[in-house]
Ligand binder design. Structure first.
Ligand code: UN1
Length: 502
């Protein structure tokens, strides 16, 4: 049993950042950020933004756009470079805030810090490569080329589960491409979000280029999509809200990208290296307490190895040390808040009712001080079938559903049988098995002998089907989303042409 380690902190008082000034929100709600490892502790408070505050942010962003667009892209990128250095300086401090506020165990929180820094760094480089292209014309002495231009004011709406990395991967390309930004983080992780904005301020970003509003989505969310000044929206979060954001943006005909849920399968084939597969399944299913859209939530096993492999997974789950995110040697932290805890427990009950076999876990952890946090045991259900709700709906907790199959064809059929299509994995030593699945997999990201989770700045991130609409994120795709090409026809013949091409 672990005791909850309390971080001695004063309560952080957060503000809105509008037009380069830190101001108190004028909304109805006060937002409180609670330590999910010990809910007696409020870590930050913030007077929420009102519609008028959002209006101020939009006006500031609109006013700053012309100057930021005119700033050469390499100069814009230098601000990102400066943020990279500041983030490295503050990595440890910010990682602890992440663990305290979101509940991610410290090693994972520091990993997320590094990932966000990688993204900032990669996009800082893109400032030097903010390029169009040239093309050969059908006509002599005719230059065809494109330049890229920013879109204008863009809204960035981010979730709580990667409160550092996701804002980095959206804000960095938006800024380097020359847009001005309204950034609204999830209401349960606003503190770290504010710290990121402070780094941009310290790095010398001009006033109004990045604005920060903390508020209830129900109070301010729609104006971030519906206001006529907003030219694009980048959203990560639930399907329910994502579909709403997409619909509202669609009505206005503006660019929108929504990264949503997952129900990611991992196939462990009969020839797999079982130690490797076990490590990948445990990390994928229970890492970050299962609170990532890329989490492994379905394990599909060849029946020949199912009994032995399931036993290993269960033993590993039972051996996990559950405790406060900032505790020593902890493997599994809490759910982010009471609502997520309740969702986890609700789905555990649904799986039982649907006839899945509970092998381990299934309960809230309430020993000693842990009762003050939102802890759930790592949970494994065996003998699931594709029609069960546990096979179809995203839980976003440490709950793994196991399926047993007889053939690769059946494994692939099960794997594809959801509304989602974010990521998947297969563990096998046989290239033909892996490539057969690769060809058939309905996903945006495919892992061979590595867990379903993760992404890197240099390659596109995102999914298909219910997992995402709009452009992918990260890599060049991020720049393309946040900019538009302008095609230039430069005719330097200096005389009338005899061509009918035009
Ligand atoms: C990762 O797996 O490292 O919300 C990234 C999420 C994803 C990010 C996952 N957008 O979980």
């Amino acid at each position: 049993m672990t005791t909850v380690m309390k971080e001695k902190t004063d309560i952080a008082v957060l503000k809105q950042f509008i037009g380069g000034e830190w101001v108190e929100g004028t909304g109805k709600r006060t937002i409180e950020s609670v330590n999910p490892s010990d809910s007696r502790q409020i870590v930050a408070t913030c007077k929420g933004a009102s519609k008028a505050d959002v209006e101020g942010a939009l006006s500031a962003a609109q006013a700053a756009f012309k100057g930021w667009k005119a700033t050469p892209a390499p100069a814009r990128a230098r601000v990102l470079d400066a943020v990279v250095k500041l983030a490295r300086r503050d990595k440890e401090r910010l990682g602890r805030i992440l663990a305290l506020e979101e509940g991610k165990i410290l090693p994972e929180a520091l990993g997320e810090m590094e990932k966000g820094i990688n993204l900032l760094e990669w996009y800082a480089g893109e400032g030097l490569r903010f390029m169009g292209s040239t093309a050969p014309s059908e006509l002599p002495k005719n230059l065809l080329y494109t330049i890229r231009e920013p879109l204008g004011v863009v809204s960035i709406i981010t979730p709580w589960n990667f409160p550092w990395a996701i804002p980095c991967w959206k804000i960095a390309p938006a800024l380097v491409a020359g847009n001005t930004v309204i950034f609204k983080p999830a209401s349960n992780t606003p503190w770290l979000a504010m710290e990121l904005v402070k780094l941009f301020e310290e790095a010398g970003l001009p006033k109004g280029v990045l604005n920060f509003v903390v508020g209830a989505g129900s109070e301010v969310g729609d104006s971030l999509v519906e206001d006529a000044r907003v030219q694009a929206v980048s959203f990560t979060g639930s399907n329910e809200i994502g579909v709403r954001v997409h619909t509202l943006a669609g009505k206005r005909g503006i660019k929108v990208t929504c990264e949503m849920g997952g129900k990611n399968p991992c196939i462990v084939w009969k020839d797999a290296d079982q130690d490797l597969a076990l490590a990948g399944v445990v990390k994928g299913a229970f890492g970050s307490t299962g609170q990532r859209c890329t989490a492994t939530s379905r394990l599909i096993l060849h029946e020949d190895i199912a009994d032995a492999f399931v036993k290993k997974v269960v033993d590993a789950a039972k051996a996990m040390k559950i405790g406060a995110a900032l505790g020593d040697g902890i493997d599994l932290g809490p759910a982010v808040d009471r609502a997520q805890l309740e969702t986890d427990l609700k789905y555990i009950q649904i799986a039982k009712d649907d006839g899945a076999t509970l092998l381990c876990g299934g309960n809230r952890v309430e020993d000693g001080d842990l009762k003050h946090g939102f802890f759930v045991e790592p949970t494994v259900f065996d003998r699931c079938t594709p029609k069960m709700r546990i096979a179809q709906e995203e839980v976003f907790g440490p709950v793994l559903a196991v399926f047993r199959v007889k053939s690769l064809e059946q494994a692939i059929e099960y794997a594809n049988d959801t509304i989602f299509g974010l990521t998947c994995a297969i563990y096998t030593q046989d290239i033909t098995t892996a490539m057969t699945y690769l060809e058939e997999a309905e996903v945006g990201m495919f892992h061979i002998n590595s867990p379903t989770i993760g992404g890197e700045a240099q390659v596109p991130f995102g999914g298909v089907k219910g997992s995402g609409v709009g452009d992918r994120e990260m890599a060049k795709e991020g720049i393309h989303f946040f900019s538009k090409p302008k095609t230039v026809f430069l005719d330097y013949t200096g005389k009338k042409r005899e061509s009918n091409i035009y």
